[in-house]
Design a protein around this ligand. Structure first.
Ligand code: ATP
Length: 236
């Protein structure tokens, strides 16, 4: 049986007591890539933050790695192996690549650092460059590399492609899928690039106005573009 590491059951979440997403059900297994798709304001980031324990669920239940997700103790979530790369990437623009590796060193040993650098060799060459001088793609690589240093079991990435050239997105997304497979990491992606995301995902759900309007395997969703478009643009 698949090793389920993340589940949401009837999850409702939002801001100041007002629901932004309602009744989300989701299961993610180790080694699997699941995408959360939807147009602007559909509730993708809200869903991701709630799954990561950074925003409290207003209803329902989120379970990660066998225990309920507790937004009051986000550090515990991190310690358990849940990492979220936010859409602003969470980097320090005046610090170098090496500084970021040093900061993460408390959670990583040298061997792990080397493994991560093997995966993103460009970062090895850019160690002394400050983040502000890196390209968007290099910054995204660094954000993911820093998350990987902690050997996460669940990796969530919010709008990885934000501000990146399509060619860079086409390189980065498959790298994420390979990561999930090679390291048996459960990956949850929030993406606006529907086709590119589905090409590297096992499954996906489409949100519309805070509700799941379509879900299925990536192959199923890609096979019925009309239905996918209708769900995405709100005609579903
Ligand atoms: P985008 O692709 O534009 O980032 P999204 O699908 O990630 O959109 P969310 O950011 O989850 O959507 O927003 C869902 C809804 O919640 C929107 O109506 C948004 O205005 C609202 N919202 C998001 N953040 C907050 C906040 N901090 N306080 C109040 N409302 C918020």
């Amino acid at each position: 049986m698949a090793d389920v590491v993340l589940t949401a059951e009837s999850m409702t979440s939002g801001y100041n007591g007002v629901a932004a997403v309602s009744d989300v059900n989701l299961t993610v297994s180790a080694g699997e890539v699941v995408s959360i798709l939807g147009s602007n304001g559909a509730g993708k980031t809200t869903t991701l933050l709630t799954l990561a324990g950074l925003l409290p669920a207003m209803g329902g239940q989120v379970t990660a790695l066998g225990a309920p997700v507790d937004h009051r103790r986000p550090y515990r979530m991190a310690r358990r192996g849940i990492r979220l790369v936010p859409d602003d990437r969470g980097l320090f623009s005046t610090m170098t690549v090496r500084d970021h590796f040093r900061l993460a060193r408390s959670t990583a040993d040298r061997a792990r650092e080397e493994l991560v650098l093997d995966r993103f060799p460009a970062l090895a060459r850019l160690q002394s460059r400050t983040v502000g001088l890196l390209s968007g793609g290099e910054q995204q690589m660094l954000a993911i590399a820093v998350a990987l240093l902690a050997e996460p079991r669940i990796l969530m990435v919010d709008e990885m492609s934000l501000g990146l050239a399509p060619l860079v997105v086409e390189q980065m997304l498959p790298a994420i899928r390979d990561l999930a497979r090679d390291e048996n990491i459960a990956v949850v992606l929030v993406e606006q690039h529907v086709e590119l995301a589905l090409a590297v995902s096992d499954r996906a759900l489409v949100l519309g106005h805070g509700r799941v309007v379509l879900e299925g395997s990536a192959a199923e969703l890609l096979a019925d573009r009309d239905r996918l478009e209708a769900a995405y643009f709100g005609a579903a």
